[in-house]
Design a protein around this ligand. Structure first.
Ligand code: GUN
Ligand code: FE
Length: 419
């Protein structure tokens, strides 16, 4: 049973705004019905006698939010990344995704995926499954058992990919509708409309998916403007659209309901304006940008324009599922960018941390921070005693982000519930 009031003691660090950490040393966070009531130096009288989880000298931070990853690619993490995006899909990825038509395979592989995701501290995520309806059903069930919060999408594809992985337009829409009706009232694991990307979608499929998004008021996820060859291909396929974003926009798949697009590396001015106007979120996936040599998302420029950016591991374009890795790579890429353009300041650690917590957390409502009324999603971090004695809380967090892993996460909370 979940306690209505829980008090957590420790050192709290979070980023209510992107520009700096807020630190509460040796404090007590009061959580009521899963939400943060407040953070206090001592337990207020009215909460005396309530359940306390005391973490002493450990750090308590918001848990990670991964805005973009592919559960059906988890097994191939760290393999086959010599080619660029479009070849990589054909050489490696589609063949693995095909295996998820087998329920037993799907359950086993998705279980490995989910266990590692939770271990690494990602408790909310926007996830692509595969094009198999029954395989995707297995992913819903596995994630429900793990009790994490996720949007899960059956991947819609009806052209320009091998026969063994595409479906007819009707079958793709029917499978999507089946999953929506089965899972739309779930508390934590919910459906999201997921055209893989424009090139593998016929105009009829995009139209049908947009209609489902609007009818069932469901969020949308896809890929956008990741690779230059891909962009040319989209222009050739959708001659009547102004640009890549417009292909989705015209079909009610671009902010008409909450939308997250992975990458968005090469957005022109008009597209940037549309992203902002429609409040489309962008998932910055720095490891993937490097591994399949797509380019570098201009994160600093987009932040300055006021676009909403979260982080994605983009498993398996990205090779590491821990979102702290994405934070590090986002910072490193921004430093490289700064070497060639001094006007673009590198991302600070706090900014990267913000993107991986409250930034991406926006897609799930009030999550990703310990502000009052936010859902209490947290990780408790244990570091070495010699580090803990010598360094500030900010330094300790920076070190965990850079070199830490799942072995240092000693407790996880989601909506106030200890997992
Ligand atoms: N674009 C279309 N499919 C994919 C995919 O699986 N991964 C990445 N990174 N980009 C894509
Ligand atoms: Fe992706």
């Amino acid at each position: 049973m979940v306690e209505p009031v829980l008090i957590v003691k420790g050192h709290f660090i979070h980023t209510p705004t992107a520009d700096a950490y807020e630190v509460h040393e040796n404090s007590c966070l009061v959580c009521v019905d899963g939400r943060v009531e407040g953070i206090y130096p001592v337990i207020p009288d009215r909460f005396k006698g309530c359940l306390v989880h005391d973490y002493g000298n450990r750090l308590v931070i918001p848990s990670f939010v991964d805005l973009h990853l592919h559960a059906a690619q988890f097994l191939q993490c760290g393999m086959g990344m010599t080619s660029q995006l479009l070849d990589w899909l054909g050489d490696y990825t589609f063949d693995l995704e095909r295996q998820f038509q087998n329920r037993e395979f799907a359950r086993k592989a998705y279980t490995l995926f989910a266990e590692k995701l939770v271990a690494c501290g990602t408790l909310r995520a926007c996830i692509f499954a595969s094009s198999s309806t029954q395989g995707t059903e297995e992913l819903f069930e596995v994630l429900k058992e793990k009790k994490i919060c996720a949007y899960v999408g059956k991947v819609n594809m009806d052209r320009n990919a091998p026969e063994f992985i595409i479906e007819t337009t009707q079958a793709s829409l029917d499978g999507t509708r089946y999953l929506i009706e089965k899972y739309q009232d779930e508390q934590r694991v919910k459906p999201i409309i997921t055209p893989r990307f424009a090139p593998t979608s016929s105009p009829g499929l995009l139209k049908g998916l947009g209609a489902l998004a609007v009818k069932y008021r469901l969020p949308v996820q896809s890929h956008l403007s990741e690779n230059l060859d891909e962009i040319q291909w989209v222009q050739a396929l959708f001659k009547r659209s102004k640009n890549y974003s417009d292909v989705y926009f015209k079909n009610n798949l671009f902010g008409q309901t909450p939308t997250v697009m992975a990458h968005g590396i090469y957005l022109g001015e008009g597209e940037r304006d549309l992203v902002k106007k429609m409040d489309v979120m962008l998932a910055h996936c720095p490891d993937s940008n490097i591994n399949v040599r797509s380019g570098i998302m201009p994160a600093r420029t987009y932040l300055d324009l006021g676009l909403r950016i979260g982080l994605g591991s983009d498993i398996a374009g990205g090779h590491k599922i821990g979102l702290n890795e994405a934070m590090v790579r986002a910072i490193q890429l921004s430093k490289l960018v700064n070497l060639t353009d001094k006007t673009l300041k590198p991302l600070t650690v706090a900014e990267a941390f913000y993107m991986g917590t409250k930034g991406g957390g926006h897609f799930f409502g009030k999550t990703g921070s310990f502000e009052t009324d936010f859902l209490f999603d947290a990780l408790v971090i244990e570091d070495d005693a010699m580090i803990a004695q010598r360094y500030s809380l900010e330094d300790r967090l920076e070190k965990f982000i850079h070199v830490g892993d799942d072995r240092q996460i000693c407790a996880r909370y989601l909506e106030g519930e200890k997992l």
